[in-house]
Write a protein that binds this ligand. Structure first.
Ligand SMILES: Cc1ncc(COP(=O)(O)O)c(C=O)c1O
Length: 395
């Protein structure tokens, strides 16, 4: 250690290293020995804790878990048992709900673009509420005007979101009156507005702005029987840097929501906040090579697998070695790579690690959301085994 800052950083790293997201090194090692690696583990208690902290932080809002984040039966059943509803976007997600014996009572179909067969499947399932953002989509509901009710998705661009979801979907606020008039002319009921200000949002200001604008619009369009405002997802989690606590994030959102008439049902579609911190992945070093100044470690999963969120979701997951190392251990400039033959499959180009050996185990944390769900089987590396465990099995 040459400078005080380096020493401080190293100590901070060391603390994190020991922390392992609150899990026990021994238990994680034992699970790898028992089940092999790579191994994806979902922690039932963390699903529960994340759901409860979000519902506590947004007491007036009903949750509709965005299944796409982690479409896993145990997760759905657990959330259903706690009273959570579901945001569905595809027939596959409907089939998953059916397999879990969950009915459509608290389901909302949020995909703004659907085939006729998607609409029929959702209606047959019993889902009544659908999101649209354009005239062509509204017209698809003419045959189903007796059964379906629509929410108009409004576009609120948000440059601060890690994933800007308003680039692809949502209409301008100024378009809403035309869309409502068109739907009403076709005899289709419009009952609400929805928006998604982007995923992994650093501050609540975009939500607040969208809520205020939506409330104004609803008040200025009394000819509509407004019943629902759906505020989407976006609630942030900690990857490699701090984020606002969920309480601080939601408190001004609650204030903005209180301006809405009390008869409006308030919904949210959280995905990342519930699923993200609830899963870890264990990976093993399967190869090691010195290339220039760096040691390359090849792991048994990478960006084509569970760590696919690094590509699709712009996430960077905390990854630590389970090998205990002390303050005096030398750290070497290292690269972590996935196992596939493609050179894009590099997890971290620039990390500092102790000297690892083939068979050493690493743990990636915060990997519950948009990871397993976007994992491919490129090179026919199959998706990892998944376990559903309690926190006590891991700590
Ligand atoms: C329509 C819709 N709802 C909800 C979500 C979940 O968002 P988040 O994971 O940020 O909570 C997404 C994410 O892509 C989405 O597209």
């Amino acid at each position: 250690m040459s400078t005080a800052t380096e020493l401080k950083n190293h100590l901070a790293d060391q603390l994190k290293q020991d922390h392992l997201a609150g899990y026990s090194r021994q238990k994680l090692m034992a699970l790898t020995e028992q089940h092999g690696s790579p191994l994806f583990i979902i922690d039932e208690d963390r699903i529960e804790a994340q759901y409860k902290s979000l519902t506590r932080a947004l007491p007036a809002v009903k949750m509709r878990y965005a299944i796409k984040a982690l479409p896993e039966p145990h997760v759905l059943r657990k959330l259903h048992a706690m009273g959570c509803g579901f945001d569905i976007a595809t027939q596959g997600e409907i089939d998953l709900m059916k397999r879990c014996d969950i009915d459509a009572t608290n389901a909302i179909h949020t995909h703004p673009i659907k085939k006729d067969t998607d609409i029929k499947a959702a209606l047959d399932f019993g889902c009544r509420f659908f999101v649209v953002d354009n005239i062509a989509e509204i017209d698809k509901f003419i045959p189903y005007k007796e059964e379906a009710a629509l929410l108009i998705r409004v576009n609120f661009r948000n440059q601060d979101a890690v994933v800007d979801l308003s680039r692809k979907f949502g209409c301008l606020l100024t378009r809403v009156p035309d869309l409502v008039t068109h739907a009403q002319h076709c005899g289709i009921e419009v009952v609400g507005l929805s928006f998604h200000v982007g995923s992994q949002v650093p501050s609540p200001s975009a939500h607040i702005n969208a809520i205020e604008m939506s409330a104004d619009l609803m008040i200025n369009m009394p000819q509509v029987n407004w019943q629902i405002l759906d505020i989407g997802g976006g609630f942030p989690i900690e990857y490699n840097g701090p984020v606002m606590s969920i309480e601080d994030f939601c408190q001004p959102i609650n204030e903005a929501l209180s301006a809405l008439p009390p008869e409006i049902d308030l919904l949210a579609e959280p995905g990342r906040f519930i699923a993200g911190p609830s899963a870890i992945q264990l990976l093993s070093v399967v190869g090691k090579a010195q290339r220039g100044a760096r040691t390359w470690y090849y792991l048994d999963d990478g960006v084509y697998g569970v760590l696919s969120g690094q590509i699709y979701d712009h996430a960077k997951y905390p990854i630590k070695t389970l090998k205990p190392y002390g303050l005096n251990e030398t750290l070497y400039p290292s690269v972590l790579a996935g196992p596939t033959c493609d050179s894009i499959d590099v997890i971290d180009e620039d990390t500092a690690l102790p000297d690892l050996q083939i068979g050493d185990v690493m743990v990636a944390t915060q990997v519950g959301a948009y990871t397993m769900s976007s994992a491919t089987e490129f090179n026919l590396y199959f998706k990892p085994k998944s376990l559903w465990l309690k926190s006590t099995d891991l700590s």
